[in-house]
Design a protein around this ligand. Structure first.
Ligand code: ADP
Ligand code: MG
Length: 695
């Protein structure tokens, strides 16, 4: 059906005469120009006439222009040129929702809804919509509409009783009295869950104007409702290929967490059944990247990370993070990257990024001035912001930029990133868990140096990780055999799966291979596991007294194991709590019980002994979180004492060693401590090889 202008106007008048819209319009009349948008729900239009609602989707420009006029006509106080009421349609129907990658020529000029993540947003800048000019000769005023980027001037003076004979060629613009609207340009990228098999996310630019400019910030999950248009190009560019952009008419922010994961009643039944399986934990571990052999502890930890602890708000408003952060540090070729990639696909809202990524925003966020902003400053979200409420898988963390290095630990702890630069002040949310991978200092672990000393990351950053797993690749006949067997079977299974059903290969038992390698198939499919995780987010389990005691005992035990030195801090205690909460959530239990506490304690103790083991079975957290072990720390006062006594004139290394031997230190201790002290600037070595104390 085709609607004439008169019909369209009649329809809008009718819709706007409904009580709720009458009230809205009266509100706008009162508060104009602070309030100037009339938000219309698509379902109201659909309720009035299904046909017209469909016509609107196909002819938005015409329909909306008439709607705006109809709205303005209901508010007599609005009369200046440039004054207007925006009619913003929200709640577009399902078939108007288009994935960014599926936007086609067919959609040009139509109303579409595009979901995604705001990756870049520019600063808000005013754009002149109507310019007020005065004739330089007679002073007659004239308004000129400004649809494009270049200022349009009047052709001639419009004064009807023509002192200047309509010939004047000079006009003075009154910038103050002209009309402006705010504008903002944003780049939206497809949400990760819409992507199949690691495809690169597609992007589209949207223009947001007037009162809704500035509402969106980088990292927001939004639906942009708008009209798809082609970019106007200067005349000399005669190309027939056009860039498209979205002329945004309304923005909808995500309402509920994990809206994108739909859990049906059947799913729910299956989820509840899974939760009662006594082998649930093992099955989930087996479903994480089954093509990778072994690493049960790492996979177990990652499984818990997927569920996460609980965000808590205290009476005084303090917020405690529930997300856990895990670091895998290891030799090359132990499948760190492989595991990270897998997790970024499995986790709801997973993002994979490398520390040495090329984007200006890096891992956190940045204010940049690039082509996108047409010279304006642009706020660009980095991986952690894009992974808000999800999992950020950061590979090659040790290769990150200095900017990331300095801001990352704040981002991990407070879960937000502040940007203040060039007029942009923004706080971006990054409430994500982080699964990071890094290589040791010299590329692979070397014998003869403690593991903790081979982690080349700032201690402040390391201490933000709840768990750090060391993955070494030392030749070991048994293990090597099993891994190679596993890798070969994986490939064999992959090959066998490609053989067309019903056909055979002479001398090879295809069905036999498939049966033999069934352990490589995940117990739970990625799909149901994601739903299970999303479902578990509804719970906030409470700790039982028993569980509390188990955690407390373990914490105190580790803390006391190390005589004198501080081994672990309260930060690790929080790690215990988060992991035990995750374990309870995994069981869909509303209580954190013994099993959960034990699971958390075992995992943390395991990775602490591996990494910070001081050689005697105890755990030395200092070496990890400050870079200096307790034993070494005790040597510092001895050396400092010697230097104080003799250091005025300077001492050679041999002299220091001689004095230190009297106090029970050996040369190696002295060398190491001297290095620590000169790193911290307390000692300097002059060009004659003499050490001086300056601290
Ligand atoms: P990293 O990032 O640790 O350097 P990669 O993720 O690039 O290592 O892994 C290299 C390859 O080695 C992967 O393709 C993986 O299939 C294989 N691999 C390494 N360890 C295992 C394992 N335990 N089980 C199966 N495959 C493995
Ligand atoms: Mg790698």
């Amino acid at each position: 059906m085709i609607y004439e202008d008169g019909d369209i106007q009649a329809i809008w008048s009718e819709i706007f005469s409904k009580d709720e819209y009458r009230a809205e319009i009266a509100g706008i009349a009162d508060e104009y120009p602070q309030r100037k948008s009339l938000v219309v729900d698509y379902s109201d239009i659909n309720g009035y006439s299904v046909e017209f609602a469909m016509f609107l989707v196909d002819n938005p420009d015409k329909c909306l222009e008439i709607a705006r006029k109809a709205a303005v006509s209901l508010i007599p106080s609005i009369s200046r040129p440039g004054d207007k009421v925006n009619v913003r349609i929200v709640g577009l129907p399902r078939d108007s929702k288009v994935d960014i990658r599926n936007l086609r020529a067919d959609h040009l000029g139509k109303l579409v809804a595009v979901e995604g993540l705001a990756r870049k947003v520019t600063t808000v800048k005013p754009r002149m919509t109507y310019a007020l000019f005065r004739c330089a000769r007679c002073g007659a005023e004239q308004w000129v509409e400004q649809p494009g980027n270049l200022l349009r001037e009047p052709m001639m003076c419009s004064n009807p009783d023509g002192t200047c004979n309509r010939q004047a060629m000079r006009f003075i613009i009154d910038e103050k009295a002209s009309s402006y609207i705010d504008t903002q340009k944003i780049e939206v990228q497809e949400s990760p869950e819409g992507l199949r098999g690691g495809a690169q996310p597609e992007r589209i630019t949207g223009y947001v104007e007037d009162d809704i400019a500035g509402e969106i910030t980088a990292g927001n999950r939004i639906t942009l409702n708008g009209i798809l248009r082609t970019v106007e190009k200067p005349d000399r560019d005669k190309s027939t290929i056009f860039e498209t952009y979205l002329d945004v008419i309304s923005v909808e922010f995500e309402q509920h967490e994990y809206d994108e994961i739909v859990i049906t009643e059947d799913d729910e039944r299956e989820i509840l059944l899974m939760s009662r399986d006594p082998y649930l934990y093992d099955n989930i571990v087996k479903s994480i990247s089954p093509s990778l052999y072994g690493m049960e502890e790492v996979k177990g930890a990652i499984a818990l990370q997927l569920f996460g602890g609980c965000h808590k708000q205290m009476d005084d408003g303090t917020v405690m993070r529930g997300d856990t952060h895990i670091l895998l540090i290891g030799d090359p070729g132990v499948a760190k990257s492989q595991l990270l990639r897998y997790m970024s696909r499995l986790a709801p809202r997973g993002i994979y990024a490398s520390g040495k990524s090329a984007s200006a925003a890096g891992l956190t966020a940045a204010a940049v001035r690039d082509d996108f902003g047409d010279g304006r400053w642009t706020l660009e979200a980095g991986a952690l912001v894009l992974a808000d409420k999800g999992l950020a898988c950061i590979d090659e963390l040790d290769k990150m930029t200095d900017q990331d290095r300095s801001s990352l630990h704040e981002a991990m702890e407070s879960q937000q990133i502040s940007v203040a630069k060039a007029g942009i002040t923004a706080t971006l949310q990054c409430r994500c868990s982080m699964l990071a991978a890094a290589n040791p200092k010299w590329g692979r672990f070397e014998d003869g140096e403690t593991i903790a000393n081979q982690i080349d990351l700032p201690p402040a950053l390391i201490s933000r990780f709840d768990m750090i797993f060391v993955m070494t690749d030392k030749p070991d006949k048994n293990r090597d055999t099993r891994i190679s067997e596993h890798i070969l079977s994986t490939h064999q299974r992959g090959q066998a799966r490609m053989v067309p059903e019903g056909s055979t290969v002479e001398g090879v038992d295809i069905t036999g291979i498939i049966e033999h390698t069934n352990n490589i198939k995940p117990v739970y499919s990625v799909d149901i596991l994601r739903k299970y995780v999303a479902y578990s987010k509804r719970l906030t389990p409470v700790m039982t007294e028993d569980a509390k005691r188990i955690i407390e005992d373990s914490y105190l035990r580790i803390r006391n194991a190390n005589n004198g030195g501080v081994s672990i801090t309260a930060r690790q205690l929080e790690a215990f709590i988060r992991l035990s909460e995750a374990s309870a959530k995994m069981r869909l239990s509303n209580k954190v019980e013994d099993v959960d506490a034990n699971r958390a304690v075992d995992l943390v103790e395991l990775c602490m002994t591996r990494i910070a083991g001081d050689g005697s079975g105890g755990i030395d957290g200092d070496i990890l979180f400050t870079g200096i072990s307790t034993k070494e720390r005790n040597k510092i006062p001895i050396i400092v004492g010697i230097m104080r006594r003799f250091g005025e004139t300077g001492l050679t290394l041999e002299e220091i060693v001689r004095h230190a031997e009297n106090e029970g230190l050996v040369e190696a201790d002295v060398v190491r401590t001297l290095k620590t002290l000169s790193d911290s600037g307390e000692i300097i070595k002059d060009n004659k090889g003499q050490y001086k104390y300056v601290g």
